[in-house]
Design a protein around this ligand. Structure first.
Ligand code: 9MR
Length: 367
């Protein structure tokens, strides 16, 4: 096993961006800086991460890394229903607009996340406790989708290229979440529900690429198949769904069957869907020895970007979080953490160098 530091040195030495021996590294302002976004552009990809506020506006090291390295980002929480909706009648766009401004200033693109999600962690109390009828929920959700997308159509001036319209509407066994707080909006099937919400979104802003986003669907299985069958039916019926987001939350075991992931992703691509890896992270057990764990993590980050590189329909790789300092991981997964590409001091981990190294090489295939 290669110790982490050796791996980092290896990746740096073997990649296209290491400074030639005996020559100083380029320092002139005109010299191109080797960044993830530049390497990704050469591969025809967007690269980015979920971005947290207020950290973006309060931590200059965090802000600079995002600005320098990424071509796209997803607001981690700031565009969710609870963040945008202080009450049934009010919308709060102040922080989202600051994020949009940051994106435009730095010529970055954004993924909107997310219009419809059942998780109570992203829903406000007025809605959770409101005991609304199916008809009222329908009005609330329609209003939410229409007003949110109308606002950003004007405010973002094209910087937000896509939205995760619906997030996680299937259970692990592939059954539709009929127990979702939103399900009564258009019952009884996933098909009926998604048809409704994607149509509302498309009618409001026809330029947006509209995504279905979910976790644990990268490997074939009942959940991936349920999503596939539903999206296939929607496509056939002409419903405006344009992309599939594979969240790819992973760890602590590295998936070895990359061929199976690739084949699974390609069947979605064959439906005419764009693919984004939307929430990649790789959790490590707190008990794992540092060096070998970081090495395994680096390889997993490289696996994910290599997968995206190898599939023509895959256009973006987005990691869920950037630094182990600001992360949901340890809070939501006891005994695990360290899932991101920068450490607690915001210094690059082997995962960061692995992304750079993988992006600096052409894919063997892209089909
Ligand atoms: O990382 C997010 C965390 O900070 C929030 O508390 C939580 C609830 O809004 O959502 C987390 O992000 C989730 C994402 O929106 C959807 N897929 C799973 C992500 C991790 O839980």
């Amino acid at each position: 096993m290669i110790p982490a530091l050796t791996l980092m040195a290896f990746l740096t030495m073997t990649s296209a961006f290491s400074a030639p021996k005996n020559k100083p590294a380029p320092t002139s302002k005109k010299s191109p800086t080797i960044t993830l976004k530049r390497l990704a552009k050469e591969r025809g990809l967007l690269v980015g991460a979920a971005v947290a506020v207020p950290e973006l506006f309060e931590d200059p090291v965090y802000e600079k890394f995002i600005r320098n390295e990424f071509s796209i980002f997803t607001p981690e929480n700031a565009f969710k229903f609870d963040a945008l909706r202080p009450s049934r009648d009010a919308f709060s766009f102040e922080t989202p607009d600051k994020m949009v401004h940051f994106a435009r200033l730095n010529r970055m693109l954004m993924r909107g996340h997310t219009l419809v999600w059942h998780n109570p962690a992203a829903l406000p109390n007025w809605f959770l406790k409101g005991k609304f009828s199916a008809k009222e929920k329908r009005e609330i959700l329609k209003d939410h989708i229409q007003k949110t997308l109308t606002h950003f159509k004007k405010a973002a001036k094209g910087a937000i290229i896509c939205w995760d319209v619906a997030n996680e509407v299937f259970h692990h066994d592939g059954s539709y979440r009929t127990d979702s707080i939103w399900a009564p909006v258009a019952a009884p099937t996933a098909n009926a529900f998604l048809t409704q919400v994607f149509n509302w979104a498309h009618e409001t802003d026809p330029k947006l690429k509209l995504f279905y986003n979910d976790y644990d669907i990268e490997l074939p299985g009942p959940k991936a198949t349920a999503v596939y069958n539903t999206l296939k039916a929607l496509k056939k019926a002409g419903v405006p769904v344009h992309g599939i987001g594979f969240q790819m939350h992973q760890g602590p075991d590295r998936i070895t069957d990359l061929k199976a992931i690739r084949a699974n992703m390609r069947r979605f691509a064959a439906l005419g869907l764009q693919i984004h890896i939307t929430e990649f992270d790789f959790k490590l057990k707190d008990s794992e020895p540092k060096e070998s764990a970081l090495e395994k993590q680096a390889l997993a980050y490289a696996d994910a970007i290599n997968l995206c590189k190898s599939i023509k329909a895959c256009k973006a790789f987005v990691s869920w979080g950037i630094t182990d300092k600001y992360t949901y991981v340890s809070r939501d997964n006891s005994g695990m953490g360290r899932a991101n590409m920068l450490d607690f001091e915001l210094l690059p981990k082997p995962a960061y160098y692995a992304l750079r190294s993988a992006l600096s090489k052409k894919a063997d295939r892209r089909d």
